[in-house]
Write a protein that binds this ligand. Sequence first.
Ligand code: DUC
Ligand code: ZN
Ligand code: ZN
Length: 464
Amino acid sequence: MGFDTVIRGARVVTSGVVSTCDIGITAGRIAALGTGLDAPEIIDATGLIAMPGGIDSHVHVSQPSGPGVEMADDFASATRAAACGGNTCVMPFCLPEDGQTLREAVAAYLAKAEGQCLTDVSFHLIVKSVDPVTLGQDLPALIAQGMTSFKVFMTYQGMRLTDAEILQVMAVAREQGALTLVHAENEDAIEFLRDKAERDGRIQPVHHARTRPIPVEREATHRATTLAEVADVPVMIVHVSNGAALEEIERAQARGVRVFAETCPQYITLTADDLDRAGFEGAKWVCSPPPRDTGEQAAIWAGLERGAFDVFSSDHCPFRFADPAGKDAPGARASFRNIPNGIPGVETRLPILFSEGVSKGRISLETFAALTATNHARIYGLESKGSIAVGKDADIVLWDPTLTRPITQDALHHGSDYTPWEGFEVTGWPVRTILRGQTVMLDGDPVGTATGQHIARAKPGVTP
Ligand code: DUC
Ligand code: ZN
Ligand code: ZN
């Protein structure tokens, strides 16, 4: 059999197995795994680890963020950063502007992404209003087009849905075979704490974390899983930040509810103290749910180690720091309420988990591949992706497990002007990212042209 490219001599992480072999690639797909394979292009991967290309199923790109505020990444910069961080596919959320239908929003996002992407992309939807057009027309049409997952919010004025509305959305998910993702924080409880903090003059960035304490996430997680139980649908609880919320998820699972769980790098490496840095600096770490403390980091690690989490995503939601269109938005220094919410992380997710998880011996290579690619593909219906197996897209990342260097902003490729992990020491870096057989990152730099495509997805694989 003639191959276009052979990756030779890597330790290959395939579904649940690690073995040293060659990978033969033909027409962008994996055509063979074996020994002694030959091709016009040979990639010598001796001493490297070949993993399925990272799938980051939780990123925000060019998302409307309020008057005068702009996200730091468009599709070109977000996918460039993603590729440099070892990813071959990202899943951004499609949020309608006020007055825009979901279908109009999707059309606008597809147009923005067209011809710009260095990785593949596949959109989730955000349902922020429950009306007959959204539920009766847009969702069914978009699900049929392969956007088979949508997020609902229990927090944020203008975005949050009531329990009754969430049940209506879940009913559509059940009817159409889609997956509902939930941002679980109790808005009324947050508003109560936030109003009081502002009245008391506690307006600095750290009060973002203090007014979103663990109980508001725990309660909402319990409610979200209960609503899923009532509606008889699977549900994904995104960005789980603490052990109590995870306990709610595991309790629901024990009752037979199909609950999936996601966590992110910020919850294993950052704490609320990061938001408490001098002056306005803490705004760099403002995200929701907020990072907690080292005890909660340990609880999240324990969850990762015992398989309680299905996916590890970045929740990349980038704003520039020194920018009035970013973290330093009008009013942000007068109250944490006005600080744009989110942190950049698409480029650092994989190195952080590799270093903290694999290099430090907490998780195996197989678990790493499952948490960063294989489970994302299975749960979200990316049928051609997520594994190094014959017939799959040749989406592969080569890792040098011995390479040690710190994360630094000047080596990153995202549009933000900072990284929350400046100086964080990492052992194990991706050195080559291959998208459908074409190299898109080599030795830390982007290469090649923007051949990334929007991928229509199958129905979610929701049997745990
Ligand atoms: N939720 C997210 O998933 N990302 C950024 C902000 C938020 O609240
Ligand atoms: Zn969220
Ligand atoms: Zn998010």
